[in-house]
Design a protein around this ligand. Structure first.
Ligand code: PAF
Length: 283
């Protein structure tokens, strides 16, 4: 495994790998089993003849809250170890100064899917994600890229970006990896207090109950109210949003035959957790 710290090193390391399948897994570091699952899927996709590139870059441009950025865990040594153990060929680990020119002045904004869910709560977040991912796409020029479905909205927005800007890249969505008690893996979980960590699996429990209710005919409003109530009953928890929407457009579900998405964001103390589940009506 090779590690590139500059764009030039990355270019040189990738030059001999071009021509075959090149699978990119973008990350912000603090890697956990969820990332390991993305990296292993990338390795399978690339096969013996292709290559896997992981980027480890805590992208300051996508943080709408300075406290969230400064408290975000950083574990570069362990990240490199995990990448090595998952069969990554090249890790790109730039600093913000390497990644961005100080006077950068071009933005990258998706203007429809980004206006709802997390986008409505975190101004500028998805523009920052689109900017860094489009830069990574240009730098790495992968044939494929993998993103987790925990960030469902992010995946939908990046699919739209690839479609609308004709990036010649196939995107793959990977299933959410969970702790045994149902909590979706996240780099932020380590910041939960023991009490909030113990309570956090309630998100998954509420989503599963909602899914059963929706399948059996409960209205979108009733489903959302039930999830909101069960989370609000936990001391120290503040619900940011509970939304049931069309899984593709992320806007209002106008046709119940289509796949729905139930998405939740909630603060456990000052740690913001997100999770989601795809829903269908009983046929
Ligand atoms: O999902 C993430 O970790 C980040 O948003 C991403 C896609 C690596 C861009 O910084």
């Amino acid at each position: 495994m090779q590690t590139a710290y500059s764009k030039e090193e990355l270019r040189n390391m990738l030059a001999p790998l071009r021509g075959g399948r090149l699978v990119l897994v973008p990350t912000m570091g603090a890697l956990h089993e969820g990332h390991a699952s993305l990296l292993r899927q990338a390795r399978v996709l690339a096969g013996d003849s292709g290559s896997v590139v992981a980027s480890v870059f805590l992208n300051p441009v996508q943080f709408d809250n300075a406290g969230d950025l400064s408290s975000y865990p950083q574990t570069p040594e362990a990240d490199l170890e995990l990448c090595r153990s998952c069969g990554v060929d090249v890790v790109f680990m730039p600093t913000p100064e390497v990644m961005y020119c100080a006077d950068r002045s071009v933005t990258m904004e998706e203007t429809h899917l980004s206006t709802v869910l997390c986008g409505a709560k975190r101004p500028g977040h998805f523009a920052g994600v689109c900017l860094v991912v489009s830069k990574l796409f240009n730098l790495v020029q992968p044939t494929d890229a993998i993103f987790g479905k925990k960030d469902y909205q992010q995946l939908a927005i990046l699919r739209r970006m690839v479609r609308d800007l004709d990036f010649p890249i196939t995107l793959h969505g990977a299933e959410i990896v969970r702790e045994a008690d149902g909590l979706a893996l996240s780099s932020r979980n380590v910041r939960l207090t023991p009490e909030h960590r113990a309570a956090a699996p309630s998100i998954r429990k509420a989503l599963l109950e909602a899914s059963a209710a929706y399948t059996n005919g409960a209205s979108a409003t009733d489903v959302c109210v039930a999830v909101q109530r069960s989370l609000e009953a936990i001391p120290g928890v503040r619900v940011d949003y509970v939304t049931l929407c069309d899984a593709e457009t992320l806007h209002e579900l106008t046709d119940e035959k289509r796949l729905a998405l139930l998405a939740v964001a909630a603060y456990f103390g000052d740690v913001r957790l997100i999770d989601n589940i795809e829903l269908t009506r009983r046929a």
